[in-house]
Design a binder for this molecule. Structure first.
Ligand code: SF4
Length: 460
C-alpha cells in the first residue's frame, strides 16, 4: 500500500461552510453579461439548479441556465450525445448569438473531450449559420467562482477577439471589471462616458441581472456586451482589468490581448477607496488625455470631508473582512484609509498572492496584528475570530451565522447578499462606492453602540 497516500488522507480536513462558491457559477455570470448569450452547464442538472438558485437569490431576477443533464449512462460513457442534444435545443428555443459552455465537476472528472465534441458538432452543421460557441473548463474542486469568472472572460476574449480590421464598431478601451455589482457596472459606464472614452465592457450584466419590469416574458433579457464589440477588442488602444490578484495571475484577457495584438494593459486594483480609485482615474487620464471631470473630483472632495466627519466612529475599530480575494484587497485598502484595522482578511481563494499583496499594502501589518488567510472556510474564520475579538464583519451574507453567533454586526457587500434586498444595487467602486461603504460602516457602528447603550440615544 502507498504510505504517502495514507499520510495525505490523514492530513485532509473537509471544507465546512465554504468561503467561496462553485466555479461554473462565475462562468455563468460572465455568459449572462453577453448580449443574446445563453449559459450551458455540461454535467448534472443539479449544478444548474444550485447555481440558478444562488444567482436568483442575490439579483432577484429570472435566470435561465441550460444543462446537458447527465444520466448514469452519460457519466459512464461520456456526455457527447447530451451536449449535441442540448445545443440543438438551445438553437431552436433561444436563437442565441452565443452559447457559453462551462463544465461541471462530473464532466471534468470523467474527462469529457468538449473541444472534440464541439469540433464534430460544427463539422456536421458546416452549412448552417451557427452562433458563437465558447467553452471554458471549470472544475469546481480546483478553483473558486472567481477562477470560473476570470477563466470565462479570458475564454470569451480568446474565442471571439479576432484580428479584424478597424471599423466604426471599434472602440478605445476594453474594460474587464471583474465580478462587481450591476450598480458598479453602471457607475463605470458613467465614468467612461464622462471621460469621452468609447469602450467594450465585459461582462455587462447591469441590465440582464438588474432590469425593469417586463410586460411580456423575455426568453433572453435585453442588455449585455455585444458579441461584435468583443470581436473588435484587438483594435482597442488599451485594456483595463481590475484586480491586484488578477495582475499576479499567469494569464488573463488583458494579458492575452497585449501578447497577441499589442493592446496596452493597465491593471489597477479594484477601485475601492480613494487610493485605488485614484489609480483607475489616472489610467483613464493617460488613455484619454482628458482631466478628471468635475463631477468625480467633487465626489472625491465630499468623500474626504466625510472621512473627517466620521473618523471618531471608526478609528481603531477591528474588522473581519472576507470574500473574493480581490474584493478583500480593495476593502482593506479603504479600511486603512479610514482608520479601521482589518484584523482578519480571509478568502476561500487559493491564489497564494493575497497575503503578500495585503502585507505590502499595509507595511505596519505586524504591529497592527493583521492576519491574512487564503484558502479558508467559515470554520477556520470562526476559530480565528475567537482570538481576535473584532467589532464588525464586512463580507457577503454567508457570514451572517457567524455574525449572529458572536453578536457583532455584519456590513453586507459583494456576492451573495441573499438575506437582504438590493444585492445588485450595492455600490463598491469609485469615490461614489467608497462613500456608500463608508456611510454604511459608520452607521452600522453607531447603531450597534445605540443598541448596546442603556440610554439609547436622545437629542435635544
Ligand atoms: S458538483 Fe461541482 S459544479 Fe456541480 S454544483 Fe457542486 S461544486 Fe458546482
Amino acid at each position: 500500500m502507498n504510505l504517502s497516500l495514507i499520510k495525505k488522507h490523514a492530513d485532509y480536513t473537509p471544507t465546512t461552510n465554504a468561503c467561496k462558491m462553485c466555479t461554473p457559477l462565475g462562468a455563468s455570470l460572465v455568459f449572462k453579461g453577453i448580449s443574446n448569450a445563453v449559459p450551458l452547464l455540461h454535467g448534472s442538472q443539479g449544478c444548474s439548479t444550485y447555481i440558478r438558485r444562488y444567482i436568483i437569490s442575490h439579483f432577484k431576477e429570472p435566470v435561465d441556465i441550460a444543462s446537458t443533464n447527465f444520466s448514469e449512462e452519460a457519466a459512464v460513457f461520456g456526455g457527447g450525445v447530451n451536449l449535441n442534444r442540448a445545443l440543438d435545443n438551445l438553437l431552436k428555443q433561444y436563437d442565441p448569438d452565443m452559447i457559453g459552455i462551462a463544465t461541471t465537476c462530473l464532466s471534468e472528472t470523467i474527462g469529457d473531450n468538449v473541444a472534440g465534441f464541439l469540433k464534430s458538432y460544427r463539422e456536421k452543421r458546416k452549412d448552417e449559420l451557427l452562433p458563437e460557441i465558447i467553452h471554458v473548463s471549470t472544475p469546481s474542486y480546483r478553483g473558486t467562482h472567481m477562477d470560473g469568472f476570470q477563466g470565462a472572460v479570458q475564454a470569451v476574449v480568446q474565442g471571439l477577439s479576432q484580428s479584424v480590421p478597424e471599423t466604426v464598431l471599434s472602440h478605445k478601451v476594453n474594460i474587464f471589471p471583474g465580478m462587481v455589482s450591476p450598480a458598479d457596472i453602471r457607475h463605470l459606464k458613467d465614468i467612461l462616458e464622462a471621460f469621452g472614452i468609447t469602450y467594450a465592457l465585459l461582462p455587462d450584466y447591469s441590465d440582464r441581472l438588474d432590469g425593469a419590469l417586463w410586460s411580456e416574458y423575455q426568453r433572453i433579457q435585453k442588455g449585455g456586451t455585444n458579441v461584435d464589440r468583443i470581436k473588435h477588442m484587438n483594435n482597442a488602444v488599451a485594456s483595463i482589468e481590475f484586480g491586484r490578484i488578477l495582475e499576479g495571475a499567469r494569464s488573463s484577457a488583458g494579458k492575452y490581448l497585449k501578447e497577441q495584438f499589442g493592446v496596452a494593459c493597465y491593471s489597477p486594483g479594484l477601485p475601492i477607496g480613494v487610493r485605488e480609485t485614484d489609480s483607475f482615474f489616472s489610467a483613464l487620464q493617460d488613455i484619454s488625455g482628458n482631466p478628471v471631470p468635475y463631477k468625480f473630483r467633487s465626489q472625491r472632495e465630499r468623500l474626504i470631508d466625510s472621512f473627517v466627519d466620521g473618523h471618531k466612529y471608526v478609528s481603531g475599530v477591528r474588522a473581519v473582512v472576507y470574500g473574493e480575494e480581490d474584493l478583500v484587497v480593495g476593502i482593506v485598502s479603504l479600511l486603512r484609509e479610514i482608520g479601521i484595522i482589518p484584523v482578519l482578511c480571509a478568502s476561500g481563494g487559493k491564489s497564494g498572492l493575497m497575503k503578500e499583496i495585503i502585507e505590502s499594502m499595509v507595511p505596519e501589518h505586524q504591529s497592527l496584528g493583521i492576519h491574512v488567510k487564503g484558502n479558508v472556510d467559515f470554520m477556520d474564520i470562526e476559530q480565528q475570530v475567537a482570538d481576535i475579538s473584532p467589532d464588525i464583519l464586512i463580507g457577503n451574507s454567508k457570514g451572517y451565522r457567524l455574525s449572529r453567533r458572536i453578536g457583532k454586526p455584519l456590513v453586507r457587500i459583494g456576492f451573495p447578499v441573499h438575506d437582504r434586498i438590493g444585492g445588485g444595487r450595492i455600490n463598491h467602486l469609485g469615490y461614489q462606492g467608497a462613500q456608500e461603504l463608508f456611510d454604511r460602516i459608520v452607521n452600522t457602528l453607531i447603531e450597534k453602540g445605540q443598541d448596546q447603550s442603556e440610554i439609547g440615544y436622545s437629542y435635544i
